[in-house]
Design a protein around this ligand. Structure first.
Ligand code: HEC
Length: 465
């Protein structure tokens, strides 16, 4: 299959990776929230069945305000994920669907059960006896946890495809090395989010202090799994490949920073839970609860950023680079050209005064725009526009050595030159006249650099202590 088989969408100044990242973070947060909400409701329904005062009242407020919001928006952002991912990474998602269609179908069954159970509870819950309500909520919780279980295998496979790479065995891919740590970690996060939201709602309820206390003390029990998060986090970091781990432990400043941010925000949350809620038996005001949830959102966002980032330069490790080119295709594309068969017209094709610049635009669209834009986020013009043309040529030809987050350049010397010229042209304000650069000596020099860099990715340097 040609890497140019699918059209790629252009989101203007927003980078493709950022678009999918933003939708993904929101979706993960809401979906984990919906799962934790299920735990909270099942637990409180069980308490209500045992005659704990106010448990049933709490349930009714909690359900209408929160779970409904997270479950409707969670479902909508889930659809948004599909719509975005088929535009941003059609080849990646195509391969994932190819490999895991039955697992995805199973996940959708869980999701359907979750929606039906949630809806039945909304529609008939008030009229049902406690025993039936408990069953309905238990089904809701199990089904929502089931969707996490199934989708977690597919997502963790992207970073640690494990033995699947050699055997192609679906179960080896599903129960891959990071399956358990990431499932347990996400479950702990879901429980924490549910508990925090429950505490916020209890505070807003019209009850006296002592009765609120009694409910908050119960809800805080769902914060207990949070204590395992540091260990689960370490387990996750221990099973990911050494080169991905190197990104997190100093190989990439941004990624180490985000990891620290995620850990810091989670620690703050944990400290607050222990000191504030258990030990001092404090009330959590609406504002504090909102702040805690914002911290939790920050931790989720930073954590997802790290998980996505640790995969670079791959979307599926060892199988597809971030720009949807497979490692085994690079050598052929170096020979035949990466966009030779590209059937899709350029947007604003008339802008480019020469064929060479239009070729550069096609190559950039295929090979660079997953992680860069021309002039917006992580802009090529800002990064390389000030460099001399020689330096641009060298750094693009040796792309994987310029920054190890980048895949190897997958085209011949003429495409390197076209990209270098395009960046210079854009940086010069896109003039109507631009000379064509086709000096054979220059192309021969670039070809030498391409050969020297080779066709595989560079593992990041592990920092020496
Ligand atoms: C997997 C994602 C990814 C892909 C694909 C990618 N880059 Fe990059 N590139 C990065 C990241 C991340 C940086 C670092 C940005 C920074 O330092 O702020 C970077 C940096 C650069 C820089 C500046 C390097 C430096 O030393 O300052 C240039 C030039 C560049 N990229 C060009 C390209 C070109 C041309 C392509 C396509 C042929 C490309 N990149 C493809 C992720 C990518």
């Amino acid at each position: 299959m040609e890497p140019t088989a699918y059209p790629v969408n252009d989101f203007g100044p927003a980078m493709r990776g950022m678009v999918i990242g933003a939708v993904g973070i929101l979706h993960v947060f809401l979906a984990q929230f919906a799962i934790g909400g299920g735990f909270v409701m099942t637990y409180f329904q069980w308490l209500a069945g045992r005659g704990v005062p106010d448990a049933r009242r709490f349930l009714d407020s909690f359900f209408t305000y929160l779970v409904l919001i997270s479950f409707v928006t969670g479902a909508m952002t889930g659809v948004a994920m599909w719509l975005t991912t088929i535009q941003v990474g059609p080849r990646t998602i195509g391969l994932m669907v190819d490999e895991f269609h039955w697992i995805w179908a199973t996940e959708w069954c869980c999701f359907t059960v979750e929606i039906v159970a949630g809806y039945m509870f909304l529609r008939f819950g008030a009229r049902l006896p406690d025993r039936v309500r408990l069953r309905l909520l238990a089904i809701y919780s199990l089904a929502s946890f089931g969707s996490l279980f199934w989708v977690n295998g597919i997502l963790s496979w992207q970073l640690t495809p494990g033995a699947w790479v050699g055997s192609g065995d679906v179960w080896a891919g599903f129960f891959n090395p990071s399956f358990w740590p990431s499932l347990l970690y996400r479950t702990a996060v879901a429980s924490t989010l549910g508990a925090l939201a429950a505490i916020a709602i209890i505070n807003a309820m019209d009850l006296d202090r002592a009765r609120k206390h009694a409910l908050i003390a119960r809800a805080a029990r769902l914060l207990v799994p949070m204590a395992a998060m540091p260990l689960l986090g370490l387990w996750f970091v221990a099973v990911i490949p050494a080169d991905s781990r190197a990104w997190l432990t100093g190989g990439s400043v941004a990624m180490s920073m985000f990891l620290a941010l995620a850990a810091g925000a989670s620690l703050l949350l944990g400290a607050y839970a222990v000191v504030g809620i258990w030990w001092r038996r404090m009330f959590v005001s609406g504002a504090t609860a909102a702040l805690l949830l914002a911290l939790a959102f920050g931790a989720t966002a930073a954590g997802e950023f790290v998980r996505e980032g640790a995969r670079k330069p791959y979307t599926i490790r060892q199988v597809l680079f971030s720009n949807a080119i497979a490692p085994g295709e690079v050598a052929r594309l170096r020979r035949d050209g990466s966009v030779t068969g590209d059937p899709y017209p350029l947007r604003d094709a008339g802008r480019y005064p020469t064929e060479q610049l239009a070729l550069g635009a096609r190559v950039v669209r295929l090979q660079c725009l997953a992680c860069h834009t021309m002039k917006g986020a992580n802009a090529l013009v800002h990064l390389g526009g000030g460099w001399s043309i020689e330096q641009l040529r060298l750094n693009i030809a040796k792309l994987q050595q310029t920054k190890a987050f980048m895949p190897p350049f997958a085209g011949p010397a003429s495409e390197v030159e076209a990209v270098a010229q395009l960046i210079r042209w854009e940086a010069s304000g896109a003039p109507r006249q631009w000379p064509v650069s086709d000096d054979p000596a220059v192309l021969a020099q670039i070809a030498g650099w391409l050969d020297a860099a080779g066709t595989s990715a560079t593992p990041p340097q592990v920092r020496k202590p």
